[in-house]
Design a protein around this ligand. Sequence first.
Ligand code: LLP
Length: 435
Amino acid sequence: HGTSRINQAGHLEIGGVDTADIVSQYGTPVYVYDVELIRKRARQFKQAFQNENVKAQVAYASKAFSSVAMFQLVEEEGLSLDVVSAGELYTALKAGFPPEKIHFHGNNKSEEELKLALEAGIGCIVIDNFYEIHLISGIAKEANQSVPVLLRVTPGVEAHTHDYITTGQEDSKFGFDLQNGQIERAIEMVLGDKGFHLLGVHCHIGSQIFDGAGFVLAAEKIFKKIKEWKESFGFVPTVVNLGGGFGIRYTSEDEPLHPASYVEQMIQAVKTQSQLLGINLPEIWIEPGRSLVGDAGTTLYTIGSRKEVPNIREYIAVDGGMSDNIRPALYQAKYEAALANRMNDACNKEVSIAGKCCESGDMLLWDIELPETAAGDILAVFCTGAYGYSMANNYNRIARPPVVFAENGEAQLVIKRETYEDMLKLDLPLKAKVR
Ligand code: LLP
């Protein structure tokens, strides 16, 4: 997919760059992004709204992968940005991202984080709870500001891949309940406070979702409430944010929709509901993370040791693991892989790929077909662009890998490899004993 292809040398090429060249220049492990594919995904989402002439904001959920260069790319593509911490916000501001296009999320934003957001002139705060209403109200009053806000609701729809469950009352740490008067109380508080400019409501029903039904159902549940709000206190949202969660194809077992299909189903649902209520079509906002960057990322590793457990399996170890991709260990996530330096060799050997961290759970792939491998071969693990680098860690004091952007035959380093000195930067030696 994307610009990935096999070149004449039988090597994997990404963005027109031979992965062997990336490895010789930057070493392994290394994350490589197909920048053109990120742009393509961004345009697919935007285009789907333009085709239907619907006012929209597509906000990239930066938790999937954030860096200064990534934020600059997001801005180039004209998307908005969803951040969930002062760290992500700070990075966005340093990247020169326009603050008025940033949306601030999170279920426990601190006063310090909220102050930073207000000072920056944030585009929108997605309010999660009553404590936050109280905090923002105080900060806004002091600064004599009126903050654009959405209220996050839990619509009682929880979706994952092909399944979704609906409950009257969702048991979730996020947002205001839709069913027991919480959201009405929140709306009244916010409407009655000059510190807020209430734009509308937000919901997020899950991640790695393969069909549109959950989004449609969430929209229907929200509009049922909008009908009541309109009648009881005349509040009609100008923005309905339906969150992120659009699935991607990690393996051939995954069958996600085209990005445009999710959007089309949302638009139809919101149009139908708005017509039924006789209200203007609200702006529709979405927050894709995984679906913008997931399949654009590939991790390259060098193969090292191996162990054969006779009659059971062969373990092949790579020079990374749960420190750069915790998803298999954490969620039993499945990936596909290939030998980047021998793409045309027949896959005739079943092996399992182990990481180098000191625990048995550090396995990247189980029972995959590869050619006969040797130490020094380059293993490419596909679709690692979302929640890979962003969830990377220093377990076992393993340094985090660099990130390379490849586009039009050029590779550029956008995050350097962490060094041992970087890891020691925050350490302080034990004080000398005073006797
Ligand atoms: N908006 C909100 C409010 C969210 O909580 C999330 C993800 C998104 C948008 C973006 O969802 P996406 O389009 O990326 O599915 N670490 C997990 C995924 C956690 C997602 C949390 N929230 C993983 O690696 O699968």
